[in-house]
Ligand binder design. Structure first.
Ligand code: NAD
Length: 284
């Protein structure tokens, strides 16, 4: 079974569009997402375009704030502060990576935790690991949603996550654990990675190396979630999984493109609605 992230994403966005119209009616305003981009990195530009497009599709307010590559850290922090204090702004996202002269840690921590739609703020990360109410990071949240939508059972299953980054590997592992999977986190120092992965009923690859997951990594019937985004020499977008080789072995698999990627943006929209509702309900 191919898990069609694009189609699942589309139906979730269609439902949110209707929900947002109802929220506008009820609260007299629409959820508002502000996206900040610094400089002209082409990949960042393309991601941001996708986010703004989804924002418009779902009927949110908000727009793109464009700052030049050489903007000072102080100016960026002042812009974030302005948005933090704007009562009509629900979500703030600063597109990463940032130019070297700006501290990403400082920027992430500067965004008000209640408007941190990426779920990267230390307060949200801590809350996730403490099982407290928090804003979940979009890619991990999207992966769980994909598994649910595809009807993949998580509880009681063995899951292996390859990659231990703060934005994908570790939070995906935590969310799978919260759904009662038995989770192994594998990484670049894991010995006999193929054997470790072959144990998995659910295999999540979040590495950033084209075609590293071959058929020998996959237990027959396993669900394979490919988070990787890589470019081949001829410019083609591919994941971490050797898709053609793994497709006949896996029970379910996400393609690249059209798998996890669209779900990440859709979960950003979901998080914006959740931030809106949290803020409105606090007022009540
Ligand atoms: P990262 O570079 O921070 O982490 C990569 C991880 O892979 C590390 O923990 C490392 O230990 C592990 N690793 C590296 N080489 C390995 C090897 N040979 N064997 C086993 N493990 C190895 O990357 P990240 O930010 O977690 O992103 C991972 C991939 O997911 C990238 O391709 C990125 O572009 C993609 N990504 C996609 C989305 C999306 O929405 N689809 C979102 C975020 C990241």
């Amino acid at each position: 079974m191919i898990i069609d992230g694009k189609q699942i994403s589309q139906s979730l966005k269609d439902a949110m569009k209707i929900e947002v119209d109802a929220l506008a009616e009820q609260y007299g305003r629409r959820p508002c997402l502000m996206v900040i981009i610094v400089g002209n990195n082409p990949a960042s530009r393309s991601y941001v375009r996708g986010k703004i497009k989804a924002t418009e599709y779902c009927g949110f307010d908000g727009h793109l704030v464009e700052l030049p590559e050489d903007v000072s850290e102080a100016t960026l922090l002042a812009e974030i502060d302005k948005l933090n204090n704007d009562p009509l702004v629900d979500g703030i996202l600063v597109q990463l990576p940032l130019p070297k002269h700006i501290s990403e840690d400082k920027v992430i921590a500067a965004i008000s935790a209640e408007k941190d739609v990426d779920g990267f703020h230390p307060e949200n990360v801590a809350r996730l690991w403490l099982n407290q109410h928090c804003i979940l990071p979009c890619t991990p949240k999207g992966i769980i949603e994909l598994l649910d939508q595809a009807g993949v059972e998580i509880a009681g299953k063995k899951a292996v996550v390859i990659g231990r980054s703060n934005i994908v590997g570790k939070p995906v592992a935590k969310l799978l654990l919260d759904r009662n999977a038995t989770v192994t986190i594998a990484h670049s120092r894991t010995k006999d990675l193929a054997a470790v992965c072959r144990e998995a009923d659910i295999l999540v690859a979040a590495v950033g190396r084209a075609k590293m997951v071959t058929a020998e990594y996959v237990k027959p019937g396993a669900a394979v979630i490919d988070v990787g985004i890589n470019r081949t020499e001829d410019g083609k977008l591919v994941g971490d999984v050797d898709y053609e080789a793994v497709l006949p072995v896996a029970g379910a698999i996400t393609p690249v493109p059209g798998g996890v990627g669209p779900m990440t943006i859709t979960m950003l929209m979901r998080n914006t609605i959740e931030c809106f509702l949290n803020r409105e309900n606090k007022k009540a």
